[in-house]
Structure formats: structure tokens, C-alpha cells
Ligand binder design. Structure first.
Ligand code: COA
Length: 333
């Protein structure tokens, strides 16, 4: 290659480099603007929250002495204040914030807010896929332990995998909540409880082993169905646009969701009653004369807590959805 050609090539690269530097400079400026806007928004939200809190207190005081007309006005303002809370929650999903205690302990104070809808969707999608893959692995694990390998070491590996899986879920779910997901608190707590359940094992475990493994297989099967329902919701809502308020308004999505839910619910309730059955069996084992360990009683109690939490929360979710449906029906009349 001639020197002249090399010089032209270098000049081209150098030009591109100059351009890159310019673009990066603009990017850094915008980033600073963005950080300052974020701080302004976060400050304004805190201020609004404080003012609304004070106002709510004054409203409650005035409500004791006002007439009927004024009371209607006060109720109207109170409803609007409640709606504002939802708006602030949505706004905060796009603003960096301090991590809660759990995330601070696990990750330290690193910012986990994803700034674009695309990134949020990708993270949630990955979470659902992670659950699916782990469900398949855990199902094979439980089948292997139940039918082929009855060794302490394989059981321990399976239990370790369960503990690791549930711990990981709690971290991912805390990040999702930070990003505006409306996962009910119980579903996250459910995974903390499950972590404990998977970790606590005593010598009496052998008597409960088959039932526990069979339940694990069934749970994986239900999680499989859950994956299709949950990722179906995710993709449909993504195709429709924004999450949250939309599920109240879009007909097609509503009917798909109800069909999915009515299919899923019998399997879910069956699983919940299986948890209750596990608890009953473990309570019986705890009263067994040969049982000296406290773990059995604790496991029985944990299964009971899981049953109550899962069953009652699922009923609450369904009730809320029915209520929304009725409200929507009334609005469109
Ligand atoms: N685990 C994790 N996330 C869940 C969840 C669960 N069990 N249930 C709901 N969510 C998430 C949804 O994906 C949604 O997230 P988003 O705000 O990021 O979009 C949010 O919570 C709100 O969902 P919601 O509208 O309340 O419920 P849904 O229609 O998505 O699901 C159920 C309703 C009942 C199907 C679902 O809660 C469920 O499967 N519960 C049963 C779990 C269970 O009992 N497991 C044990 C079986 S033995």
C-alpha cells in the first residue's frame, strides 16, 4: 500500500474519531441534564407526597365538622389524592432510588432502575424465562431423586438448587418492584418462606421425602402453566402499549386473561390444598413418638403459612379482578 493511501485511511479514521468525541461529549452533557432532571423530579415527588399527607390530615379533621355537601367534596379530593399515589408510583419506576434493606444487603447501593420500557420488558421477560428453565431443571431433579437416585448426596444437591433458586427469585423480584412491577408482597415473601422450607431438613425427612418430591414435581408442572399465562400477559400487554391501566380497558386482553385464569385456577387451588395436606402430614409426624426434632413442627407450620398465604392472596387477586371487571362494565353502560 502506498504512503498516500495510508494517510487517507488514517484521516478517515481520525475524522470518525473526532465525530465520536463530539457525540460522546453531547452524550455526557445529556447525561448530566438527565441526572439533574431526575433529582428535580424525585425532590418534587417527595414534596408533593409531604403536602398531600398534610392535606389528608387536615381533610380528616374537617370531615368531622362539615355538612353533607362539603363531605362530598372532601371525599372527591381524597379519591384524587389516592390516584396521585398511583401516578407517583409509575413516575418513580423511571427514577433512580435508594435500594430497600434487602437489595442494599445483597447488592449494595447500586442503582437498579432501568430507564426505558424496552429494558424493563427485557428484564421481566428474562425473569419469566429464567423461571421456566429452572422449573424444567427442578422437575427433572425431583423426578430423578424420586424414582432413580435415593441418595443423601443427590437429595442435598436438589435441596441446594431449590434454596439457590428461591434466593435468586427474591433478588430479581425486588429489582422488578423497583422498576414499577406490581407483584403482590406475598409472592415475594412466598419465595423467602420457600427458601427456608427447602433448607430445613432433619432425620425425619426420610418419612416425608416421597411426598415432598412428588409435590415438587407437581409445583414445577403448575409453574409451567403459570409461565404460559404470565408471559402471555406480558407479551399481549407489550403489544398493546403501556402496562397497568390498560388491562382495565382493552377488551381482547381482558377476555384472554379470564380464559387463562379460569384454566389455571383449578391447578393452583389443587396445589394450595396439597400444601395444606403436607402440613397436616407433618403435624402428625411431629406428634410421632420417634420424632425428636423441632424441624418437623417448623416445616408443618411453614407449609401451613404457605397454604394460607397462597390461597388467600390468590382469592384476593381474583376478587380484585372481578371488581375491576364489574366497575368497567358499569362505566361502559
Ligand atoms: N410470582 C411472581 N410474579 C407474579 C405472581 C407470582 N406468583 N403473580 C403475579 N405476578 C406479577 C405479574 O406478572 C404482574 O407483574 P407486572 O406488574 O410486572 O406486570 C403483577 O404481579 C400483577 O399481577 P396480577 O394482575 O395481580 O396477577 P396476574 O394476573 O399476573 O396473575 C395469578 C394472577 C393468580 C395467576 C398469579 O398471581 C399466580 O399464579 N398465583 C399463584 C401462585 C401460587 O400459588 N403458587 C404456588 C402453586 S402450588
Amino acid at each position: 500500500m502506498s504512503n498516500c493511501k495510508l494517510q487517507t485511511e488514517w484521516d478517515d479514521i481520525d475524522n470518525e474519531y473526532q465525530q465520536l468525541q463530539e457525540t460522546h461529549k453531547i452524550y455526557r452533557q445529556k447525561l448530566e441534564e438527565l441526572t439533574s432532571l431526575q433529582a428535580t423530579c424525585s425532590g418534587a415527588i417527595s414534596k408533593q407526597r409531604k403536602s398531600l399527607k398534610d392535606l389528608r390530615r387536615s381533610l380528616s379533621k374537617s370531615a368531622q365538622t362539615c355538612d353533607e355537601k362539603e363531605l362530598t367534596l372532601l371525599t372527591h379530593i381524597k379519591t384524587q389524592i389516592k390516584e396521585r399515589e398511583h401516578v407517583f408510583f409509575d413516575m418513580e419506576a423511571y427514577l433512580p432510588k435508594k435500594n430497600g434493606l434487602y437489595l442494599s444487603l445483597v447488592l449494595g447501593n447500586v442503582n437498579v432502575t432501568l430507564l426505558s420500557n424496552q429494558a424493563k420488558f427485557a428484564y421481566k421477560d428474562e425473569y419469566e424465562k429464567f423461571k421456566l428453565y429452572m422449573t424444567i431443571i427442578l422437575m427433572f431433579g425431583a423426578i430423578t431423586c424420586l424414582f432413580f437416585l435415593n441418595y443423601r448426596v443427590t437429595d442435598e444437591i436438589f435441596n441446594f438448587l431449590l434454596v439457590w433458586y428461591y434466593c435468586t427469585l427474591t433478588i430479581r423480584e425486588s429489582i422488578l418492584i423497583n422498576n414499577g412491577s406490581r407483584i403482590k408482597g406475598w409472592w415475594v415473601s412466598h419465595h423467602y418462606v420457600s427458601t427456608f422450607l427447602s433448607g430445613a431438613r432433619g432425620p425425619m425427612y426420610q418419612m416425608f421425602r416421597s411426598q415432598f418430591l412428588a409435590f415438587s414435581i407437581y409445583q414445577s408442572f403448575v409453574q409451567f402453566l403459570q409461565y404460559y399465562y404470565q408471559s402471555g400477559c406480558l407479551y399481549r400487554l407489550r403489544a398493546l402499549g403501556e402496562r397497568n391501566q390498560l388491562d382495565l380497558t382493552v377488551e381482547g386482553f381482558q377476555s384472554w386473561m379470564w380464559r387463562g385464569l379460569t384454566f389455571l385456577l383449578p391447578f393452583l387451588f389443587f396445589g394450595h390444598f396439597w400444601q395444606l395436606y403436607n402440613s397436616v402430614i407433618l403435624f402428625r409426624l411431629a406428634r410421632h413418638e420417634g420424632c425428636k426434632e423441632w424441624q418437623v413442627f417448623m416445616l408443618a407450620l411453614t407449609f401451613l403459612v404457605l397454604f394460607l398465604g397462597n390461597f388467600l392472596t390468590t382469592l384476593k387477586v381474583v376478587r380484585q379482578k372481578v371488581q375491576k371487571k364489574v366497575e368497567k362494565g358499569q362505566k361502559s353502560d
